[in-house]
Design a protein around this ligand. Structure first.
Ligand code: WTA
Length: 657
């Protein structure tokens, strides 16, 4: 592969852990040594140390029938007990579990004792409604404490939750309810978003409404509704129940029974290459072990003193693993925030950091880049000195955003950990360990202790340092998905068939490169890799070059088919306000084409650079390059229903013309 496209790997800035941080760090090098010596034994030790088992397991991993793994299968535990009761029993009932901040500024502070009691009441309500082990419950809630309570109550009785992001439409909700055959839906009248109440209950009513001719038998028996928005809602007598009518009346006594470690814990739908979302299935013991382990070591959690804040919505895997299960299993105190980052003002997040003295912040590159776009003057108005560790997740973080995060938000003092993982992996797989790893802006770096990854070519052969290829996970891991709900064949095909002859390589769908130190650089989904005149180019790499230009606020790159070169690079760029007023779009576009050519090499120079006002993003903040490719290839724009703002594509199409 040509050296011209090694731009990203030329990044030479390095940040060694400070002596102070290293002295107090939770993670130790010894973790790597132990895992190296006995990987499965390492996870068994962590499972025993981090969790409380009602029946100890005797076997850690069973991989006799790949790709179907079981971990700790003859052990039993109750996941909710591990997240709640045991902290109270250990004398930490008064510790705050949730520091909840509503978007309008109302707040609640909930201790472990209080959260445990509430979960017990809801568990009793669920039992009264006939929800028990193995039943599915759909949860469609805003970011309110009841969302956490509902999830934990469901798993406490051995049932399986399927959380559906509150921004999804009635149709998406219906598809998910039907696929899982949910017996109960837990929702709210509405929640606050961008300064207004955004209704939720009507979508549930629609999803459960007229099914004539759909051929689907209704599985939902009840809808449990939390009052949050205060908006008017329709009511179906006999089916709908107000949370505030039934929960306070329920008994606060509830004994948590142990369930087998492989008891399904939740289903979470994620989009794949086909139209139908995949219901990713996770189970209990292995998932909780790895989420607790990673939350403790990657975020250097000191539960007595830290105030942790993960900004993800519970509707995504990050919200499951790093708002609910990891932090609560570890007895952390955390902020839960209901609203959007810029309501009622652009400094809202930083105000929350200051108000609660947040010490650990975990967020996504897209958020960081939006803040970069507004400029440092906004965060600088707030006291962010409590922060001591910053995390990133969800997409490759370009070095400039990484540096900005560290310098502007972290005062050039805090370690930044870039964490690679997926809905399917359940927990973090590749990340620096703070206090140990010398960090490199833009690289997720190294597999965590007990995790085995590689970068291989199409034949599954290790590419060697300095080369690019496909990211694979070469050994089973505790929090791995156990399947796709109702579709075992799709599970095998999607993740394991590509390297079937390797006897169990998990194909992640991400491109990656190894630098000269053997550190991993994620290059974006392989479906985002372009082939221009026989050269492989990563969208992430060119985007990084574009964003490295001082005029650029944000950029997305796609490969559009081209008669001569196979594919051509097409860039969509948002320019900073101050530059827009001083330059013409044509001038900027030409300048950026040349710039990318200079940064990476002529091969990477975009055929077209379109200056646009916005980029199409999903509600979780991922850029939908598929739609931009449609525009770049002059096609009619495809399905836009999963966009946060479905109008954005018509605006972009107009700007491109
Ligand atoms: C991407 C989110 C680069 C990757 C936890 C993966 C990343 C997909 C990173 C999974 C990262 C996630 N660097 N890319 N640190 N983290 N990704 O299922 O392409 O929403 O395959 O899980 O996000 O997205 P998902």
């Amino acid at each position: 592969m040509s050296s011209q496209i090694d731009h990203l790997l030329d990044e030479s800035r390095r940040f060694a852990p400070s002596a102070e941080f290293a002295a107090e760090a939770i993670a130790t090098k010894e973790l790597y040594h132990r895992a190296q010596a006995d990987r499965v034994g390492f996870w068994a030790d962590e499972a025993r140390e981090l969790l409380t088992w009602s029946k100890p397991f005797t076997e850690a991993l069973d991989w006799s029938n790949p790709p179907f793994a079981t971990w700790f299968a003859d052990g039993e535990l109750n996941v909710a007990y591990n997240c709640l009761d045991r902290h109270v029993e250990a004398g930490n009932g008064d510790r705050v579990a949730l520091l909840w901040e509503g978007e309008p500024g109302d707040s609640r502070r909930i201790t472990y004792a209080e959260l445990t009691e509430e979960v017990k009441r809801v568990a009793n309500v669920l039992t009264d409604l006939g929800v028990g082990a193995g039943d599915r419950v759909a949860i469609y809630l805003p970011m309110i404490p009841e969302a956490v309570t509902a999830m934990l109550a469901v798993v406490r009785v051995g049932a399986i939750h399927s959380v559906v992001f509150g921004g999804f439409s009635a149709d998406s909700l219906r598809a998910r309810i039907d696929d899982a055959g949910a017996k109960l839906v837990i929702t709210a009248d509405g929640g606050y978003r961008k300064g207004k109440v955004s209704a939720l209950k009507p979508a549930v009513d629609m999803a459960l409404g007229d099914r004539n001719g759909s051929g689907v038998q209704e599985t939902v028996e009840h809808v449990l509704v939390v009052k949050r928005g205060g908006n008017d809602v329709e009511w179906t007598e006999g089916r709908d129940l107000w949370w505030h009518d039934v929960v306070p009346q329920a008994s606060a006594e509830h004994e948590a029974s142990g369930f087998p470690a492989e008891n399904p814990l939740f289903i979470l739908y994620t989009s794949g290459t086909t139209g139908k979302p995949k219901g990713i299935l996770h189970t209990s013991g292995g998932y909780l072990t790895q989420t607790a382990f990673t939350h403790k070591n990657v975020f250097d959690l000191h539960p007595e003193t830290d105030v942790y804040w993960c900004t993800a919505d519970i509707g995504w895997i990050t919200g499951h693993s790093y708002v609910v299960y990891g932090p609560l299993a570890n007895g952390a105190t955390q902020v839960l925030y209901e609203g959007t980052p810029d309501t009622p003002h652009p400094g809202r997040w930083w105000e929350v950091v200051e108000k609660y003295g947040v010490t650990i912040l975990y967020t996504a590159p897209t958020a960081i880049r939006s803040f970069m776009k507004i400029g440092r003057s906004v965060p600088k108005k707030f006291d962010l000195s409590s922060l001591r560790l910053l995390g990133s997740v969800g997409e490759p973080i370009n070095p400039e955003a990484w540096i900005w995060y560290r310098k502007v938000i972290g005062d050039d003092r805090t370690p930044v950990v870039d964490t690679w993982w997926q809905t399917e992996t359940g927990a973090i797989m590749i990340s620096a360990l703070p206090g140990i790893t010398e960090t490199k802006p833009g690289s997720a770096q190294v597999a965590l202790p007990g995790i085995a990854v590689d970068v291989v070519d199409d034949a599954g052969v290790h590419v060697g340092n300095g080369n690019g290829g496909l990211l694979v996970i070469t050994e089973p891991w505790p929090s791995m998905l156990r399947g796709i709900w109702g579709d075992p064949d799709r599970y095998v095909e999607t993740y394991w068939e590509k390297f079937a002859d390797k006897g169990g390589y998990y194909f992640a769908g991400d491109g990656a490169r190894l630098d000269d130190d053997g550190d991993v650089w994620l290059m974006g989904r392989v479906d985002d890799v372009m082939n221009v005149s026989g050269h492989r180019l990563s969208t992430a790499e060119i985007e990084s070059a574009l964003v490295a230009h001082e005029a650029t606020a944000e950029a997305a790159v796609v490969g559009a088919s081209d008669e001569t070169t196979g594919q051509a690079v097409v860039a969509f760029v948002i320019i900073k306000e101050s530059y827009l007023s001083q330059h013409t779009p044509e001038g900027l576009a030409t300048h950026l084409r040349v710039w990318v050519g200079e940064q990476i090499g002529p091969i990477a120079r975009p055929r077209d650079v379109y200056i646009v006002g916005e980029l199409p993003k999903t509600r979780s903040g991922k850029i939908m390059r598929r739609l931009l490719r449609d525009v770049a290839e002059g096609r009619e724009v495809g399905d836009t229903t999963t966009l946060a703002d479905t109008m954005v594509m018509s605006v972009i199409s107009a700007q491109v013309k």
